[in-house]
Ligand binder design. Structure first.
Ligand code: FES
Length: 569
């Protein structure tokens, strides 16, 4: 008992500790409720404007139940809520802020362990990055995906179908009335996007890295099993405190490699490449784009879920969830890695079986011959770029075309549907100044819209290149995360409409047909775009954010450090 971290606040016989105990009693707590039990933080990212987390207030009650039954004392702590769609300019601007908040919440308060509640895209890396830096025992409760919905007999997936139906509307195949009717069909219940978007990608990776109870990540948000999992997680964290099972005791290179193998097998979002580098960095595991490519080698896409496949996360859960999938790639995993339930990944996989071979495919029948992520380099992306071949058009994976360059999203919006736009199906659309510094915050602009005049001709995909990100729910031949970004003076800043670009995914190349001399000449004339002078958090972000290939963490947060305990006088 005296080993508990919270005892530093509560045990000493002095006026400061007297005040700590007094303030807990002020909240109606009896002495025995906080003096003889582990104090557990429930870090809750619920808010009224975070639809994917709408149920997390109720789930916090289930977590509390579990904590109390196991002999702990729960304290719910609200944290920054990053609802992906409503937060502008982009939640990515605030991922690092959430991570800092989580780290400082856990560091500054008298808690012995933490349950982390969240799931919407940036929330998962934000919570894990903060928890790794704080290094207290912690368990992650994924928000869970929303339920499936259908429209006119067809399964519709959040995000993925928005773009599909918009393209149909733009090309005159969907009426304004149907478009409005669809608003109530895409996101039927609380919970995260029901496709293999960034949320499900990151929650499944978190599970594979050992941060959740087994098979927790795919339980639908509105399933009673989700409430039971929350309660069980509450009970488990109390034991984790007694076992001192904190991230630094189980997070290592092998954990990260398991996350990467999982990433490939689920056909995950390109965003995971950035988040994994940042998460690994907080846990002292150096990780590059090339490492991700190497460690994912030979792992086929087996999860037949949109946008790489055709089903939704509820189907994935019925098929056996992540354990069923990991069983299929067990030879690619480090099975001796410890997980939060106190057992190894290998122990947890025992007895796992697939209930639906169409949704979780056998190795002999992958969803796609193409992989979930390919890394590109060349004179247009010296520090790297990524593409998701499994969600791209095969015939575009080797393509040369004339660039049509947009300097900003405002420029693109103003011109993309101009009937006079000089564009055809082989043109390569380029958007620059959409990176971490340029936008700022690196929004999900990388799935550039197809020009209306081409949609009307039946074109549904084109090669698109940007220094932005793309929603994990989206699809198409989109080269993303070009680094260095244009705003940092990367070569993307130098190209002009009419330049010819060569994309060769198999060879890992992205080049513009310009000589070094021509590029140098243009560089001499280049001037950075000057945005509004930043203030507050945006200034901190711009001063310290790293490029996409480095994880976009702040330079002063990345890398391992001994957690600093606050002085208590
Ligand atoms: Fe929250 Fe997609 S918008 S998970």
């Amino acid at each position: 008992m005296d080993d508990l971290r919270s005892r530093r606040w509560l045990a000493p016989d002095n006026t400061r500790s007297f005040a700590h105990r007094q303030r807990l009693q002020q909240m109606g707590l009896r002495r025995e409720e906080f003096m003889s039990r582990p104090l557990i933080a429930i870090v809750n990212t619920w808010s009224d404007l975070s639809p994917c987390h709408a149920h997390l207030r109720e789930r916090a009650e289930a977590v509390k139940r579990g904590i109390l039954q196991a002999g702990g004392m729960p304290f719910e702590l609200p944290a920054l809520s990053l609802g992906e769609v409503l937060v502008k300019p982009t939640t990515m601007l605030y991922r690092n802020l959430l991570s800092m908040e989580v780290e400082e919440l856990l560091r500054s308060l008298p808690v012995d362990g933490a349950v982390l509640l969240g799931g919407c895209d940036k929330t998962v890396p934000g919570l894990l990055m903060g928890a790794l830096s704080a290094d207290l025992p912690c368990i992650f409760v994924p928000a869970g995906p929303m339920l499936n919905d259908r429209y006119r007999g067809e399964k519709v997936g959040a995000g993925t179908h928005t773009r599909k139906f918009w393209d149909e509307r733009q090309s005159g195949h969907l009426s304004g009335r149907e478009w409005i009717a669809l608003e109530s069909h895409m996101s039927r219940t609380p919970g995260t996007c029901n496709t293999m978007g960034t949320a499900s990608t990151m929650t499944l990776i978190a599970e594979a890295m050992g941060f959740t109870l087994p098979n927790a990540a795919s339980i639908p948000a509105m399933d009673s099993a989700h409430t039971r999992m929350a309660s069980e997680s509450g009970a488990r964290i109390v034991d984790m405190v007694w076992e001192d099972l904190k991230p630094s005791t189980f997070f290592n290179e092998k954990t990260v490699a398991n996350g990467i193998a999982t990433y490939m097998a689920i056909g995950g979002s390109t965003n995971a490449a950035i988040h994994l580098i940042a998460i690994a960095g907080r846990g002292n595991v150096p990780l590059s784009l090339d490492d991700i490519q190497r460690l994912g080698e030979g792992v086929p896409v087996l999860a037949n879920v949109l946008p790489s496949g055709s089903n939704l996360m509820e189907d994935f859960y019925y098929a056996g969830g992540l354990l069923a999938l990991l069983q299929r790639i067990h030879d690619k995993l480090a099975l001796d890695c410890m997980t939060v339930n106190g057992h190894t990944l290998g122990d947890n996989l025992e007895g796992a079986q697939c209930e639906d071979n169409e949704v979780v495919r056998p190795r002999s029948q992958p969803v796609s011959a193409a992989r979930a992520l390919a890394v590109l380099r060349g004179n247009l992306a010296p520090s790297g770029a990524v593409i998701k071949p499994s969600a791209a058009s095969e015939h575009f994976l080797k393509h040369s075309g004339r660039a049509l360059v947009f300097d900003s999203m405002a420029d693109l919006n103003a011109r993309i549907d101009d009937p006079e736009l000089d564009v055809d199906a082989n043109t390569i659309l380029v958007l620059r100044n959409g990176g971490p510094l340029g936008a700022p915050g690196m929004p999900e602009w990388g799935n550039l819209p197809i020009p209306k005049k081409l949609l009307e001709k039946g074109v549904r995909d084109m090669v698109r290149i940007s220094d932005s990100r793309m929603s994990g729910t989206h699809y198409g031949t989109c080269v993303l995360h070009v680094a260095p970004e244009a705003a940092a003076g990367g070569p993307l800043a130098l190209i002009r409409t009419g330049d010819v670009i060569d994309l060769d995914v198999a060879a890992g190349r992205l080049d513009v047909r310009l000589s070094d001399e021509e590029l140098a000449q243009r560089r001499a004339q280049w001037r950075p775009v000057v945005n509004m002078p930043p203030r507050g958090y945006t200034k901190l972000f711009l001063d310290h954010v790293t490029q996409a290939n480095e994880g976009c963490d702040f330079d002063f947060l990345a890398g391992w450090h001994e957690p600093v305990e606050p002085s208590i006088y």
